[in-house]
Write a protein that binds this ligand. Structure first.
Ligand code: SF4
Length: 355
């Protein structure tokens, strides 16, 4: 497609794009788009660094009342037997993470019908009592709504209680923020407006967050942009979204197995357009867990500037058959080989070690 010079000038001048302009970018030649996104990334981050954090995801239960069609992890999907980790099992996993120099734990569960505020706050309190130095970047907006409905308690009350019990920040796991898609694939999870409500309450209580995007679930290109518009508006209003993490949906072993998986080109375009459109989010993460480390490495030339967590033990993506793993040394080599400077960071994106 012939590049619209006016749009090109706007991008290189660092200006904000309209949703229609972002839509046009999907038609651009991949390399032109990558160059523009890399320019925007360097405008915001002239330091050339790429961060990663040593963390561990602990999926403490797969019993879930939502039963989303895109999920192979929840117990009723039939692939993993129902389980609930005991605190001793969780403790052992965190002890192993600390031993390896890790700093952050992501506790994430299904929407267990019996877990209310008490189970969540006890878990936080137990972890903090045993490991006071660990950063708990945990749970999700869907879990907040689940607790809120179960306890008949306002969202801000739930978040306040979680914060008091030791929660430090929360991933803004957002799947695809398009009600048409959500009504089809995850009608029992949270709605777009509930997601916004949780994100606003997190900001009000000073708990940092992030946003994700799971695309490739049958949405149109315009609906991808619709998701980005919601994220940008919330980031404008709250100033509280630290990072954006796009993932492609892995259909294998899910009820959406008939969907053809998104390609590597789709992924690089989504990363690049996210970098250009989300001018109020500093970190665009390369999703190596779903895309593989090699494609994630290329994403570093398409606007991404963070590799996320590298000691991740994760079961939700793994349940779809994707088994990418990584280590600190591999991540350092990948980033250096991409011409960038690897740095270990903390949960607030401050550099703790340069390599
Ligand atoms: S994606 Fe989350 S909410 Fe949906 S079924 Fe899986 S575990 Fe439950």
């Amino acid at each position: 497609m012939v590049i619209n010079n006016e749009l090109c000038e706007k991008i290189y001048a660092g200006k904000r794009l309209t949703p229609m302009e972002a839509l046009e970018l999907f038609g651009w030649d991949l390399i032109d788009l990558g160059k523009a996104a890399d320019f925007r990334m360097r405008l915001a981050h002239p330091e050339n660094t790429v961060g990663f954090i040593l963390d561990r995801i602990i999926n403490f239960t797969n019993i879930c009342r939502a039963g989303c069609a895109f999920c192979a992890f929840h117990a009723r999907a039939g692939l993993i037997d129902p389980y609930e980790l005991s605190f001793e099992e969780i403790e052992a996993k965190i002890a192993a993470l600390m031993e390896a120099g890790g700093t952050q734990v992501m506790l994430q569960g299904g929407l267990h019908p019996d877990y209310g505020l008490k189970q969540y706050t006890q878990l936080l309190e137990n972890v903090k009592a045993r490991f006071p130095g660990i950063w708990l970047h945990s749970f999700s907006p869907a879990e907040v709504i689940h607790i809120s409905e179960k306890e008949e308690m306002p969202v801000k009350g739930v978040i306040g209680a979680l914060k008091n019990a030791g929660l430090d920040s929360m991933p803004g796991a957002s799947d695809l923020l398009v009600d048409r898609i959500r009504n089809t694939v995850s009608p029992k999870k949270l709605t777009v407006s509930q997601w916004k409500e949780v994100m606003t309450a997190l900001a009000d209580q000073g708990l940092p967050s992030s946003a994700t995007m799971t695309y490739g679930m049958g949405e149109t290109i315009a609906e991808k942009i619709e998701h980005l518009v919601v994220v940008r508006e919330v980031a404008d209003r709250t100033g509280n979204i630290q990072a954006f993490i796009p993932w492609s949906f892995s259909p294998a072993r899910t009820r959406l197995e008939h969907i053809v998986p998104a390609t590597g080109v789709d992924y690089l375009k989504v990363v690049a357009i996210s970098r250009i459109f989300l001018d109020n989010i500093r970190y665009i993460q390369a999703g190596w867990l779903t895309e593989g480390v090699r494609l994630a490495q290329i994403a570093l030339s398409f606007g991404a500037n963070d590799m996320g967590g590298v000691l991740t033990e994760e079961l939700v993506v793994k349940a779809t058959g994707v088994t990418t793993t990584s280590s600190r040394d591999e991540m350092i080599a990948l980033v250096k080989n991409a011409g960038r400077a690897p740095v270990q960071r903390d949960s607030l994106y401050k550099i703790v070690h340069k390599y």
